[in-house]
Design a protein around this ligand. Sequence first.
Ligand SMILES: [Zn+2]
Ligand SMILES: [Zn+2]
Ligand SMILES: [Zn+2]
Ligand SMILES: [Zn+2]
Length: 357
Amino acid sequence: MESSDSLRYSKLVTFVIRNKCAACYRQFNRMEHLVEHMRTSYHSVHEPACGVCGKHSRSFESMREHLIGPLPKAECERIFKDRGCDICLGIFGSRNALRNHRESCQLSRGNGLFPRMANLGISNDMRIENNRSKVVALACKMVGGGSDGSLDLCARVCLTDECENIIFQAYVKPLLPVTNYRYETTGIRPEFLRDAMPVRQVSRKIQDFLCNGEPIWKIRSKGGRARILVGHGLDHDLKCLDMEYPAIIIRDTAEYPPLMKTSKLSNSLKYLTKAYLGYDIQNGIQDPYEDCVATMRLYMRMRSQNHEVEDYPLATDPQNRNNFAQWRQGELERMSPEEMLEISRSDYYCWCLDSRG
Ligand SMILES: [Zn+2]
Ligand SMILES: [Zn+2]
Ligand SMILES: [Zn+2]
Ligand SMILES: [Zn+2]
């Protein structure tokens, strides 16, 4: 290689490295394109990151693709195959460490599930008053209304605490006539609903419990008395219960970006439970208690992620003025990719922040 060629070559290398995103490793021909990418990608320490190469992904599912395929990164795949956990996607120091870890990572349906079902026969159980749990999971089962039975009507509801105890469960009497009991999945028969608690009463009871003495219009953040509500597809559940609750203290496993598909659509709770907890749910007749337990477990896993502590973690925090908005293009183009990542903030609320009080 002639010296001028090698000079050109080394210039080319610097050029490529300089324009590589420090989070997702995408490369850009021009620095201004990298800056544009950083302005819109909201990379942060809260994104799932590969335990081998450190690459950030928007979701665990895209990290799974990076590690397992269909088109994995060869080096990462090799190490992951050797000592990576296929449930949490963590990489461990040795195969032995992986074996020890996996025993606690892989959960089973039976884990404490059946002992606590002892009070299942009691409907309208009202031990709701003196529970101190700050975080509560909610799940409903729907029967069909309307002429073709396709309208979802809440007929059964369950509320659990962080320790998988049932706080409240009840059959619910819908406002409209039931035209399809969907028995194969709900297990609900007409006589179960005959004397059940009317839906309005159930909603009020649950809402009072969640607000925990705080007026609903006053709920601004997780810092107050109101309880954090965990669930899957809660928009639909709350709509069927005709109940409101502020989004700011809702943790929905169907809407949390790290648990969503790469296409930004929701995964089913059945899929998430299989993929991220390692067991099967919703086979045959479905119990809302089982859904509560699964969503709460997913929430706890996400909450316990060990992310770096940063000031003003959200792009929407006034101090960040919506990620880079206060920075001039020229200033950003002079920064290194690492420096840009350093000041970039997430566009969603990471649940690890709930563990920081
Ligand atoms: Zn990137
Ligand atoms: Zn986080
Ligand atoms: Zn990697
Ligand atoms: Zn694991």
